[in-house]
Design a protein around this ligand. Structure first.
Ligand SMILES: Nc1ncnc2c1ncn2[C@@H]1O[C@H](COP(=O)(O)OP(=O)(O)O)[C@@H](O)[C@H]1O
Ligand SMILES: [Mg+2]
Length: 333
């Protein structure tokens, strides 16, 4: 189980056990960026290989595209559409551009989602994980919330994560994810700082990060071993009066700026690529004749892009501190 998340993990486990017994539930997990919502849900569902897990995540650049998020979630279940009442099936088919027609009735789309999820769950208990709901397009958010408010005994769990609870998800029970408690925060900090850490610097990092795991992982990276060891007063990065999010962003930015030109262009590409399709990224890189070896030698993109995963650059933090914010930003010519 994820350190410091025993209570939340146990609660999610309980919901999963309910789903195994044929109950349904919906839950909204909210909390500030980096607090560990994605990690919490991933960990819970990793421990449930007997369930069918389908996923989607809001993508900032797709917010204006109606049903983009819903399509992500449903794409692997489309073969079940033929079991739905015709008007519902057609509403979803139209929403996903599979057949032509005027914009579908949103009520029908909501009903269709509910029917589709219960069809899928009839084969095997189903868990739907929808991350970064703050970036879901409105039509998807409404359809998913509509279904989530109506699940009963299908064997479906809908788990949502968002920075803040929003009106679209009103009526869905939820809990806030808070920063790690002091001992867990200290343990996480110990695990990332391999150099001697000055007592004052340690306490300052702990106070500034308020147990936010991303901040605990990232802030020390912005400090040199000499700064971590103290002796010269508080490191500048800690003494500046910036927001935590701003500092994490600066930390990413510093790491991006330290990369060679080709690698920075690669990061720029990854940040611009919305869905995290590595094949697409490599094709784009090849077209630009970008020769970035993989895995890259250190210090290179490997520290910024840990692997070429689905969801390529650790979105969205890196995306917002993308290289174009930098004065030395690389530019396509
Ligand atoms: N309880 C935890 N213990 C250690 N690391 C954690 C914990 N929760 C999250 N992390 C790490 O912190 C970072 C941010 O977590 P993430 O789940 O992406 O946050 P969010 O989804 O809330 O923005 C990730 O690198 C994640 O692995
Ligand atoms: Mg997340």
């Amino acid at each position: 189980m994820l350190p410091g998340r025993e209570r939340e993990g146990a609660y999610l486990n309980e919901l999963l056990n309910g789903v195994r017994e044929g109950h349904s539930a919906a839950i909204m997990v909210h909390g500030e960026a980096g607090v560990g919502k994605t990690a919490l849900l991933s960990e819970a569902f990793r421990a449930a290989p007997d369930l069918r897990v389908v996923r989607a995540a809001g993508v900032e650049s797709e917010m204006e595209l109606p049903y983009a998020g819903l399509q992500q979630l449903c794409v692997s279940m489309l073969d079940l559409l033929e079991h739905l009442p015709q008007p519902q099936a057609d509403a979803l088919r139209t929403a996903f551009g599979l057949i032509e027609g005027p914009a579908p009735d949103r009520f029908l789309v909501g009903l269709a989602v509910l029917s589709l999820l219960s069809e899928a769950a009839a084969q095997r208990p189903l868990a739907c994980v929808v991350d970064d709901c703050q970036w879901l397009d409105r039509a998807s958010a409404q359809a998913l919330a509509f279904a989530a408010r109506r699940v009963q005994a299908e064997g479906v769990l809908l788990a949502f994560a968002a920075r803040e609870p929003s009106q679209d998800f009103e009526g869905i029970p939820g809990f806030g994810v808070e920063g790690l408690r002091d001992p867990d925060a200290r343990a996480l900090l110990r695990s990332v700082v391999q150099w001697p850490l000055d007592e004052q610097v340690r306490e300052r990092i702990l106070a500034e990060t308020r147990g936010n795991p991303l901040a605990l992982l990232e802030l020390p990276r912005g400090l040199s071993p000499a700064e971590l060891a103290g002796g010269f007063g508080l490191p500048q990065a800690l003494s500046q009066d910036h927001s935590l999010a701003g500092r994490i962003q600066e930390s990413f930015l510093r790491r991006v700026e330290a990369l060679p030109e080709a690698s920075r262009l690669m990061v720029l590409l990854a940040a611009a690529e919305p869905v995290g399709d590595p094949a697409l990224m490599w094709r784009a890189a090849a077209r630009r004749r970008l020769a970035v070896p993989w895995p890259p030698p250190r210090p290179h993109t490997s520290r910024v892009l840990p692997k070429p995963p689905a969801g390529c650059c650790r979105p969205p933090r890196l995306r917002v501190s993308a290289p174009w914010e930098s004065s030395s930003a690389p530019r396509w010519t």
